[in-house]
Write a protein that binds this ligand. Sequence first.
Ligand code: PMP
Ligand code: GLU
Length: 398
Amino acid sequence: MAHLSNRVNSLSESQTIAMARKSRELKAKGVDIISLSLGEPDFATPDVIKEFAKKAIDDNYSYYTHVSGYVELREAICEKFKRDNNLTYTADEIVVSTGAKQSIANAVLCLINEGDEVIVPAPFWVSYLEILKLAGGTPIIVNTGIESDFKITPEQLKKAITPKTRLLMISTPCNPTGSVYSKAELNALAEVIVQYPELYILSDEIYEHINFVGGHESFAQFDFIKDRVITINGVSKGFAMTGWRGGILAAPKWIAQACDKMQGQFTSATCSITQKAMHKAMQLDYNTYIKPMRDQFLKRRDLVLSLMKDIVGLKTNIPQGAFYVYPEISYYFGKSNGDYKITSGTDLSMYLLDVAHVALVPGAAFGEDNYIRFSYATSEDVLREALKRMKVALDALK
Ligand code: PMP
Ligand code: GLU
């Protein structure tokens, strides 16, 4: 490692990606692994999107575009924000990237200086802290807890703010807990934020369309703080387009321009064909194309929650969005099957991988090692088999 930079040496590998890699390696060796580690829809990208992208290839839409995405695409994104979220943005406030992950990195690299404090409610999505580390930001982690459905309260937020605080990073619907902030809850947080003019919000809304409680609520809807909100979205989750790599950032023009400049030195625009596919996605009718996938996720969530009732040591909230469950597992601490002794979520994940051949992600990746996360973005048959295997293995711990 002597010749690698301190920067990369200090970075942890993405645990979701690491678990996915481990399960792929075991599968390649012939082990019958069920992988519930990586969060991605198992559905195919809708045909209408694929057809539109194929035509773009045939039409030779193969040149560099504007770094932030071609203008008509950004206009279509503005129309989406108006139609779905009642948010008014103009094309110069939108930056299209290679995924929500890049959009988040752009925003953090543009807004955070060495030593700036960033409030991150835990559990948080796996990449937030590592991206912050790259920017030299200091994460201020606020633990939420299952009792409050893992949502940060206005009091907790206020207590965490110091003169150095620059950003709040939050996801709704939340990965890994599936918690969804209501309009009233966001409003209460916004009322605190408005008192601190130096404080910005990165609102990660990538799971917008996988919501079981009704309408999605955006932070940017509150006019009194909209000029400090960076809205992150994309096509990976709601449109089953993880591999296409299309992310969206909407923010005040000066932030969007900075992100365009940052992205212009790293990747330039995302793939021109992906942009065409995103353009189509922005225009799709929710009820025809997206709701059927969301309904499947809801059915699977209910199946998983009902199967989990038979497993004594998995304590969970009821996820209201996204496609993960995030059970608390400390019941198993100190227990053993003879070979494995469980003292953490990481131990339990390794045990379930080796013994039950089910891959999941330790809660440590999301800030708390007495939890595990698994994705239910797979078929009901696979989920039944996974939960059966987990029950046998977990019941064997004494
Ligand atoms: N934010 C959250 C909360 C996520 O779960 C993911 C999943 N990858 C991302 C951002 C990044 O998504 P993308 O595939 O668009 O980079
Ligand atoms: N967001 C997904 C997850 O949390 C994909 C993995 C990743 O991008 O790190 O599993």
